[in-house]
Design a protein around this ligand. Structure first.
Ligand code: AMP
Length: 176
């Protein structure tokens, strides 16, 4: 890696072995969030690939997708909507389930978070297996939105998350 901005970002991501369970190498973005220059670079570079697209809504995935989703939305001159774990949203919702390693989970959005025909950018901090992002993309489409693309800070390439998002534009700032 020779790009000094990417070197700085990589230096501000902390690898935590065996969290939340044995065998997982957790990418902890806390140091990056605490370094204003890294935070600025990360948000700018997550928005950049979509600067020429007309984006009507950014959807961030709970919870670290919220952190990056809002500045990306501001950079693109648009608004932000939440995709949350089940049972957290107060109003009328739609939900979508997806498979985890053991069992399944559900992701939920307000039924008016995306309007029919809106062009949506999906944002999260890390793409691992891609299961969460794929379910959120299905949910956005169920609401009538068009998923224009997805933007992540980190892609864990060895987990093949791109495959789960086949047909979508997948952008990531850092690749491990
Ligand atoms: P995925 O397997 O792509 O559905 O990942 C689900 C969620 O878990 C994403 O929102 C990521 O933020 C988070 N995640 C998965 N694996 C990691 C990891 N190794 N380090 C940090 N976050 C992770």
């Amino acid at each position: 890696m020779t790009d000094p901005e990417l070197v700085r970002l990589a230096e501000h991501i902390r690898d935590v072995p065996d969290f939340p369970k044995p065998g997982i190498l957790f990418k902890d973005i806390s140091p990056l969030l605490q370094d204003p220059e890294s935070l600025r670079i990360a948000c700018r570079r997550m928005a950049a690939p979509f600067a020429r697209e007309r984006i009507d809504r950014v959807v961030g995935i709970e919870s670290r997708g919220f952190i990056f989703g809002v500045p990306v939305a501001l950079a693109l001159g648009t608004g932000f909507a939440l995709a949350r774990k089940l049972g957290k949203l107060p109003w009328d919702t739609r939900r979508e389930s997806y498979q985890l390693e053991y069992g399944s989970a559900e992701i939920e959005m307000h039924s008016d978070a995306v309007l029919p025909g809106q062009r949506v950018l999906l944002v999260d901090d890390v793409i691992a297996t891609g299961g969460t992002a794929a379910a959120t993309a299905r949910l956005i489409r169920a609401l009538g939105g068009e998923v224009v693309g997805t933007s992540f800070l980190v892609e864990l390439g060895f987990l093949n998350g791109r495959k789960a998002l086949e047909g979508l534009s997948v952008e990531a700032v850092l690749h491990f």
